[in-house]
Design a protein around this ligand. Structure first.
Ligand SMILES: *Cc1c(COP(=O)(O)O)cnc(C)c1O
Ligand code: SF4
Length: 397
């Protein structure tokens, strides 16, 4: 069922919460307090399939169930195949663990010099600052620690992590993630960002957050002021499907962009959600309209109970092929597999290159037409004379 984009519809409104005062609705703390977290609450609003029902009963042993009212409104309650529904409502498939799956599929714990810090690449670190999110994605890479449903008891050591970064001059890039860093209070965030900004060798600060998508109300003027004050702070948001691109998200992105925050997007390729070139094209077009540059499409990591979301890598390549050349270059993200066990992100690209020798490169364009680019220079018959004609006598002899 291909997704047909209604290019001008940006969903907005209070949906199932029509009587909530607008001032509450727009208050992020109200949204958090009123999250849907139990089977009973969901069933007050919709009929679940047996697979979903069983998934909900089991959810709290794996990854907590939580959905903000704002985001719950985006679920199509009449369609079990709704792409929002699949991302947020647990299904029994989560309980089916396959042999190749791992709790810590990226080997993050092994590359962790300090609790909460992952130093895998030479020049940058991943700084996990919390284990909480505004809502929980059923395919989460860090479900081992996020939401603490598996009793990982994650305790980031901010001071130790900051000291590690201070004493490692090779670290020029710090990525705050989690969990969701924007769930921290303004005060804590300002403390972290200002401390990082004060470190001379830290050139690049960025935040990975799904808060603009789950809880756009959190992007307050006060928060934006922090980014302005200590900027540039870059942000990667996480949108998987065009339905998530609402008026509220668009407004939140605008507030961030106007505070000087360059925005990128990371999507995870998910079966039945966005494993379709038409859906991805609609998504990347919407992202550009919201000032967001598509950054990565991830092949899903080998998380436990994730098999029902798994997409064939050939499908991912087909999606990139359907984008590159067919639409704005800015709209084309890089497809990557984060190497299992901890090898880092590896780009996976369609094969445009057919042959490369000392003489030439043979390649195909987006339409499949073949082209050649010579690598060897073949001089014309009388080089000196030809050059004289071009540049005149004075320059040559
Ligand atoms: C993804 C990731 C980064 C950032 O990688 P970029 O390609 O620079 O976006 C850094 N550290 C770890 C451990 C990561 O997983
Ligand atoms: S927002 Fe990110 S960290 Fe949180 S549950 Fe979703 S994927 Fe995991």
């Amino acid at each position: 069922m291909p997704y047909i984009e209604n290019r001008d519809a940006w969903f907005q409104g209070q949906g199932l919460w029509p009587d909530t005062p607008a001032s509450d609705w727009r208050d992020w703390t109200w949204q958090l307090k009123n999250r849907i977290t139990t089977l009973e609450q969901i069933e007050r609003h919709m009929v679940l399939t047996p697979e979903e029902r069983a998934g909900c009963l089991f959810a709290n042993q794996k990854l907590a169930l939580a959905i903000t009212p704002y985001f719950f409104n985006l679920i199509d309650r009449d369609d079990p195949d709704c792409p929002i529904r699949k991302q947020l409502i647990p299904r029994v498939g989560e309980t089916q663990v396959s042999q190749e799956e791992m709790l810590d599929s990226l080997g993050e714990d092994e590359h962790s010099p300090v609790p909460g810090l992952v130093h895998r690449y030479p020049d940058r670190v991943l700084f996990l600052v919390t284990d909480r999110c505004a809502a929980y994605c059923r395919y989460c890479t860090r479900s081992r620690l996020v939401s603490n449903a598996q009793h990982y008891d994650f305790h980031p050591e901010y001071e130790q992590a900051l000291r590690y970064i201070e004493s490692h001059p090779e670290v020029r890039d710090v990525l705050l993630s989690g969990g969701d860093p924007l769930l921290l209070s303004d005060k804590k965030l300002e403390h972290l960002i200002s401390r990082l900004r004060a470190i001379k060798h830290v050139e690049f600060i960025r935040i990975g957050s799904r808060i603009p998508v789950f809880l756009p109300q959190r992007i307050t003027p006060a928060l934006c002021d922090i980014f302005k004050k200590y900027g540039p702070v870059w942000m990667s948001i996480h949108v998987n499907h065009p339905k998530e691109c609402t008026q509220e998200l668009k407004d939140a992105c605008e507030r961030l962009a106007f505070a000087g925050v360059p925005l990128g997007n990371q999507s995870v390729l998910l079966k039945g959600v966005n494993d379709d070139p038409e859906v991805m094209k609609a998504l990347v077009h919407r992202l550009l309209r919201m000032r967001v540059r598509p950054y990565y499409i991830y092949q899903m990591d080998l998380i436990t109970g994730g098999a029902h979301f798994k997409v064939d890598v050939r499908k991912g390549i087909e999606i990139i092929k359907a984008l590159r050349g067919h639409t704005t270059g800015y709209a084309v993200p890089q497809y990557v597999i984060d190497a299992p066990g901890g090898g880092g992100k590896v780009p996976i690209n369609p094969d445009y290159l057919e042959k490369i020798t000392d003489d030439e490169v043979v390649f195909r364009n987006f339409e499949g037409k073949q082209f050649r680019y010579p690598l060897k220079s073949t001089p014309v018959a009388k080089p000196a004379e030809a050059a004289r004609e071009l540049v005149g006598d004075t320059l040559i002899d």
